[in-house]
Design a protein around this ligand. Structure first.
Ligand code: PRP
Length: 177
């Protein structure tokens, strides 16, 4: 028999919405008139990015990169691979990386190295959630949303084995039994 999973709500959709609004207000103040490129790190960031940009009422562009760090299950393999690289030029542009979560920091650090080599005018990070207890490499998060405990979380774009991304709230999920 497979083990049961226990879901405990961590952040409600209302808390997430308030956080996205707060981050959007900060970003608006810093990027108004700068025509930034927001780069979502797929897949997890797609929902956050979609909600965030609807609150940004100024010209901007959207790009995506896709990396892979987790294998199956909930433990990071520690290996990063670029699966989908950048399609547009960012030299001299203001670039804001959009993450759903910074966990070990390995993914964000890899993305920042990759983008930094392309000589953007500025390069910052916005993360909806931050799990500082798991950090393996320091990452400067310029726009930080919610701090999460050292638990596996799903929902609002975050998955467990590709499932649960569609949940509108964020849950801690644990195996029991
Ligand atoms: C997750 C998440 C971040 C990264 C953070 O992506 O979306 O990009 O891990 O973890 P780290 O700080 O330990 O590197 P994942 O590789 O699971 O892919 P996904 O977004 O497609 O689910």
């Amino acid at each position: 028999m497979g083990s049961q999973r226990r879901f405990t709500i961590l952040f409600t959709r209302d808390e997430i919405e308030a956080t996205v609004k707060k981050l959007a207000a900060e970003i608006r103040q810093d990027y108004l008139g700068k025509h930034p490129i927001l780069i979502g790190v797929l897949k997890g960031s797609f929902m956050f990015l979609a909600d965030l940009i609807r609150l940004l009422d100024f010209p901007l562009e959207v790009e995506f990169v896709r990396l892979s760090s987790y294998g199956r299950g909930t433990k990071s393999s520690g290996k990063i691979r670029m699966v989908h690289s950048l399609r547009s030029k960012i030299k001299g542009r203001h670039v804001l990386v959009i993450e759903d979560i910074v966990d070990t920091g390995l993914t964000t650090s890899f993305v920042l190295d990759y983008l930094g080599r392309k000589k953007p005018a500025s390069l910052k990070v916005c993360a909806l959630t931050d799990k500082p207890s798991r950090r393996q490499i320091p990452v400067n998060i310029d726009y930080r949303g919610l701090t999460v405990p050292n638990k596996f979380i799903v929902g609002y774009g975050l998955d467990w084995d590709e499932r649960f991304r569609n949940l509108p709230d964020i849950y801690v999920v644990e195996n029991e039994g």
